[in-house]
Design a protein around this ligand. Sequence first.
Ligand code: MRU
Length: 353
Amino acid sequence: MMFQTNQVYPIIWHNDSVSLIDQTRLPNEYAFVEISRSEDMAVAIKTMIVRGAPAIGVAAAYGIYLGAREIDTDNRDEFLQDLENVAQMLRSTRPTAVNLFWAISRMMKVAYETIGTVDEIKKALFQTAQAINAEDLQTCQDIGDNGLKALPTQPGQLTLLTHCNAGALATAGYGTALGVVRSAWREGRLARLFADETRPRLQGAKLTAWECVQEGIPVTVITDSMAAHCMKQGLIHAVVVGADRIAANGDTANKIGTYSLALVSKAHNIPFFVAAPLSTVDFDLADGSQIPIEERHPGEIYQIGDTILTPEGVEFYNPAFDVTPAELITAIITENGVFAPSELKQQEARKAA
Ligand code: MRU
């Protein structure tokens, strides 16, 4: 993989283990967690030390390899049976982002199809995890560059709005939605990014803003409820978000709040783009109604640090994602090009195994 010193890489294979940037500690602390066991990788995904759809796919791929390394047998059938348990543990971490399941399937296919000894299967699994990581980095750069074809032309004056963090931290590096932002910035087309803070976990305020500061991209953080007002004031030219799972018809699951952002974009006639790799498209789902939506602990709503925000006796509902209907999406920016949601189906054959 071509590493560049000024870029952020959330997942690095280093010293026989995986180094993860601990995203729960940003922006106050830039710290790494070393993961050398599959079980610890599952915990890291669940607790969002690593998060973002493509990033948890890459992390799970390494998790499968770490699990394979832990299995102490030369018997192929026994090995594959134990590896299925590792795969199941990793699958049960987070339900919405399809990249997780895609990466695990790809790794398991390699395990079943590699002809040879258990050691040879382990070697093939390591190479595949490394390939998934490297391919995602290239894919994000291609998404970023393809995004330039889709964005409105406002020479040097363009202002974009994004939600959550679909940046380098959420991928192998560079980012999807933030990849488009990066490419626009590097081409001199972007004046400023507006970042929704993204309640309840604040990925926009903490992570997207941090990435922008690292790269010198001017960024304005707003609360989620300010987006419509900013649009009305003419501050936003286009919206770019990432995706956790896209159904075959283009319906898109992404961080909670994305759907309302798409609705207010429509009301203000502002283009609304989804930027995602084809590994995020679940061609098995005809539409978004079947996408499983993760519900997280209510503490994410009622507590900030040590402070409890709400009175005793109330109930909470904390869905982590929502589904934006395809008709609200102007175009989907992928590594293969920019497509209307209705054109996505034609890309099925071009999706990597
Ligand atoms: O709960 P998270 O932080 O994993 O949610 C992340 C998002 O919703 C991102 O927008 C999505 O995964 C795309 S990341 C390139």
